[in-house]
Design a protein. Structure first.
Ligand code: ADP
Ligand code: PMV
Ligand code: MG
Length: 424
């Protein structure tokens, strides 16, 4: 049977309850997928030897179009086929540098000579990097068109970079024939991240490469959550389910203050290297918070108790103050915390901080009227808020042979196309 000519893939955003930044240093973090906030990518095979990438969410009006022949294949050294699995290694900086130049080059891909900023350049380079690394010269593959749709805010701490990376890795592994759409019940990898031969793990590892290009030194938590979904604790590439986390309700407030994860993570690194005697204990204290949360959960308290467990709630404030001491706070985040505190609710920054989103725990004993008032208050000063729970699907894939590009682009609810396959 021939493989589909079009694929639709989707991956969720994530929210970190405890442990952001510290997780980059191998400490434990607690995170869950945001099933309702997802990135979708439509992949269509071409037969003219071109790669087309559309980045409307990053403000590019026109598609970027490159002939495959423009890719610097002589510099591709990162992939070797071993035991039928693609082994990636560290980022091939020489290849990446060439690809970044190609992205800016009007003769190669930027036909409309659009002004391309650094963020757009990185997003395009990630696509070309994965394509060049994954293309198997033996296949008669002749190009692809990529369209992206997303209801995830970009650069707001909800893991849009990981959702983008996971979708790109999944779609390119599919269209380049490295994996097929797994059947229900087929072993696809689940949580066993070390099993390198499973499709899920292959996707996760390539998405991690993409995250490295975007972030510099990611911990891997965001791509793991976007790949496998659910609610988890994560440390040094090992994930565990934290089912109880799924019962908690949160308010997410997007301050809309733009920030960039790469810069924030790099700033924490500088602080760490300059003052290790101060920063290392802070990171250990954050680890203590994640551990305490797991201890509370494992102590057998009922969900109601977890939701109102004052010790668990206080962990939110502790984590926030510690993140502030790593200098990743922002006055807009403090404003959200202040408004929520008027109703005795506790909040912390989530993701890399510096603006972006704030997470507020919605306790069961807080009346809906109060939640409405907080939301009104926050929206009246220009913030955007929505209530959410965590958990749910990771990667989803659809054989989109019967869906046209126009149907994809004009759809108000891509999730409603029938035939999606989920793997958790
Ligand atoms: N829908 C999208 N289309 C293209 N690139 C995206 C998209 N979503 C995210 N990205 C990439 O991810 C970057 C933002 O990632 P980051 O700074 O880590 O913030 P976050 O992951 O918290 O949203 C963007 O600059 C872009 O490179
Ligand atoms: C700060 C960090 O812990 C999370 C970053 O998440 P986001 O890109 O801000 O959604 C970095 C990481 O874990 O790689
Ligand atoms: Mg990110």
């Amino acid at each position: 049977m021939s493989s589909p000519s079009r694929y639709l893939v989707s991956a969720p955003g994530k929210v970190i309850l405890f442990g952001e930044h510290a997780v980059v240093y191998g400490k434990t973090a607690i995170a869950g997928s945001l099933d309702g906030l997802r990135t979708y990518i439509f992949f269509e095979k071409r037969d003219d030897g071109f790669l087309e990438l559309n980045l409307p969410k990053l403000g590019l009006q026109h598609p970027l179009l490159w002939p495959i022949s423009a890719l610097p294949y002589s510099k591709v050294t990162t992939v070797s086929k071993e035991n039928n699995s693609l082994q990636e290694s560290t980022i091939n900086e020489e290849l990446l540098k060439s690809l970044k130049e190609i992205v800016l080059d009007g003769n190669a891909g930027n036909k409309n000579n659009q002004e391309i900023n650094e963020l757009q350049q990185v997003a395009a380079s990630v696509f070309l990097y994965l394509y060049a690394s994954l293309e198997d010269k033996q296949t008669s593959w002749c190009g692809t068109t990529v369209h992206i749709a997303s209801n995830l805010p970009v650069g707001a701490g909800l893991g849009s970079s990981a959702a983008y990376s996971v979708c790109l890795a999944t779609g390119l592994l599919l269209v380049l024939g490295h994996i097929t759409i797994p059947n229900y019940g087929e072993k696809v990898g689940g949580f066993n991240i070390s099993d390198s031969s499973s499709p899920m793990n292959l996707i996760n590892r390539w998405a991690f490469q993409a995250e490295k290009i975007i972030h510099g030194t990611p911990s891997g938590i965001d791509n793991a959550v976007a790949t496998y979904g659910g609610a988890v604790s994560f440390s040094k590439g090992v994930m565990e389910n934290v089912i109880e986390f799924q019962s908690l309700r949160f308010l997410l407030t997007n301050t809309k203050v733009p920030r960039n994860t790469r810069t924030l993570v790099a700033n924490v690194r500088k602080l760490h290297d300059k003052c290790p005697h101060i920063v290392v204990p802070i990171l250990e204290a954050i680890e203590g918070i994640s551990s305490k949360f797991k201890e509370i959960i494992n102590s057998g308290d009922s969900q109601k108790e977890l939701n109102q467990n004052i010790e668990a709630i206080e962990l939110i404030d502790f984590n926030h103050y510690l993140l502030n001491s790593l200098r990743v706070g922002h006055p807009s985040i403090d404003k959200v915390r202040e408004i929520a505190a008027q109703y005795s609710l506790h909040s912390k920054l989530t993701g890399a901080g510096g603006g972006g989103c704030v997470l507020t725990l919605l306790r069961d004993d807080v009346p809906n009227d109060d939640i409405m008032k907080i939301m009104l208050n926050l929206t009246s000063i220009g913030f955007e808020c929505f209530e959410t729970k965590v958990g749910g699907h990771g990667i989803s894939i659809l054989d989109a042979s019967t869906i046209s590009k126009q149907e994809f682009l004009s759809s108000e609810n891509i999730q409603q196309f029938s035939g999606w396959k989920h793997f958790n």
